[in-house]
Design a protein around this ligand. Structure first.
Ligand code: PLP
Length: 456
């Protein structure tokens, strides 16, 4: 085994880490941590620490760590046939079975699933499919995509543009011109404090209508949104938001992409967030929870009405010119089949719903009265605590105060619990594996209270 100093040296010298302060890491100011194992909701690092991972990696290890049936399915597939492509009608038993399992779980009006590797590439696929369809339908000007400020849809060229967080645009010349952003349904941060939730929804709708008017409905192809805003702050929508938005989109013949990379396969306690909020999307993006991150695999689930246009397109133009070498990779597909079976057999989605509600209620009871806690919110196995500088005056901290990172740091240092300081800086996020127990939820809440009172 390599010596710790050697490994750290190699890490700082050679490894380009994503979403990291590069210069700080090279200088040694950013932590270096080597993970070695995991079981259930816990991971272990090389220094012998056992950490409760209350963010399931990047809200993706939904089934929990150390699941033998998924690991064995991966090993069996690798031994039998590690790779063959999925072009021109090729497949494996695993990829064909997984497509069937995904469609069995998806809303009834969905027709097919295309498999990619990451949430980012699945969203790139979605935009290409929409552009392709509008060209086939003879409306080549209808191409712009509406996304929301605070939405997160990936960090490619198009998906980084769709993402509505400044960090992902800054110095990258994004967003691209085909993307326009509308308001986030963030009731807690509304500017008019007297507004009711339904008045706030009406304002979001009016603002969307105004944007469509300004741009022209005949230039707008689609609207993309996460059922619950994730990386933008874990913000469930206000009551009635999705039906109201969907009505506007239908009126203007604008497609809806539900980005369910986080919410898909049970994080809200229902199979999809679309089911939870009554959305009727034309495309659903899936990734993380599809394999519980045991292997990289994503997907674009396509509706009946889009599928008919895609078929017509290939009759008129020949095979669709879109595909990755690793589309429907057999090892990813084997992981997906084993993962979905495990979610069913262990009742993990029901657990996400019930223990998630318990975590949210306990966190709310423990922290709502704290003078610097402005909001405790969540849905299913998603929970967020938002900190404010002045509760009565509704004044926020500056991102530079780094309140979220400070509290997340304390939580780790004092109680060996991992939560995520969301990119805005003043929100602490929780998205544990679905196997979280009530006792573990209690530990997370108690540790968070200690960390909050240590910092604020
Ligand atoms: N969409 C959503 C809602 C996400 O949360 C993420 C990642 O966190 C993505 C897309 C991008 O997925 P990936 O990081 O696998 O490219």
């Amino acid at each position: 085994m390599l010596h710790n100093d050697q490994l750290e040296h190699w890490d700082r010298e050679n490894f380009f880490h994503p979403s990291t302060h590069l210069a700080g890491f090279a200088r040694g100011n950013q932590p270096h941590r080597v993970l070695t194992g995991g079981s259930g909701c816990h991971i272990e690092d090389r220094d012998g620490n056992r950490l409760l991972d209350a963010f399931a990696g990047l809200y993706c290890v939904n089934a929990g760590y150390g699941r033998a049936p998924i690991a064995e399915a991966i090993a069996d597939q690798a031994k039998e046939l590690a790779y063959y492509h999925a072009y021109v009608g090729h497949g494996t038993e695993a990829s064909i079975t997984l497509a069937k399992m995904v469609l069995d779980r998806a809303p009834d009006h969905m027709s097919k699933v295309y498999f990619g590797l990451s949430g980012s590439d699945a969203n790139e696929t979605n935009i290409k499919l929409i552009w392709y369809c509008n060209n086939i339908l003879g409306r080549p000007e209808k191409k712009k995509i509406i996304s929301r400020w605070r939405g997160y849809h990936g960090s490619g060229l198009m998906t980084g543009s769709l993402t509505g967080l400044e960090l992902f645009h800054k110095k990258f010349d994004l967003p691209l011109s085909q993307v326009v952003h509308t308001d986030a349904p963030y009731y807690f941060r509304r500017s008019n404090r007297d507004q009711t939730e339904s008045e706030f929804v009406a304002e979001c709708v009016a603002s969307l209508e105004a944007l469509i008017d300004r741009e022209g409905a005949d230039t707008i192809a689609a609207f993309i949104g996460e059922p619950v805003l994730g990386t933008g702050g874990i913000v469930p929508p206000p009551e009635g938001y999705w039906p109201a938005i969907q009505a506007v989109l239908e009126r203007h013949d604008i497609l809806l992409i539900a980005d369910e990379v986080v919410t898909g396969f049970g994080r809200l306690g229902t199979m999809f967030g679309s089911d939870h909020y009554g959305m009727r999307p034309d495309l659903i993006t899936i990734a993380k929870g599809l394999t519980s991150a045991y292997a990289p695999l994503s997907g674009s689930i396509v509706s009946d009405r889009m599928w008919k246009v895609l078929e017509r397109g290939t009759d008129e133009n020949g095979p669709i010119g879109h595909g990755w070498t690793y589309s429907a990779h057999p090892i990813g597909a084997a992981a997906g089949v084993a993962n979905l079976k495990l979610l069913d057999s262990l009742g993990l989605i029901e657990n996400a719903g019930s223990v998630g509600s318990y975590l949210n209620a306990t966190m709310r009871d423990a922290l709502t009265e704290h003078p610097h806690v402005g909001d405790v919110r969540g849905e299913g196995m998603l929970c967020a605590v938002e900190f404010v500088a002045d509760k009565v005056g509704h004044r926020f901290f500056d991102a530079a105060d780094k309140i979220g990172p400070q509290i997340a740091g304390k939580l780790l240092e004092q109680d060996n619990i991992i939560a995520r300081a969301m990119p805005q800086g003043d929100i602490l996020g929780f998205a544990p594996p679905f196997c979280l127990t009530r006792e573990e939820a209690d530990q997370v809440v108690a540790g968070t209270v200690r960390a909050v009172t240590s910092v604020l």
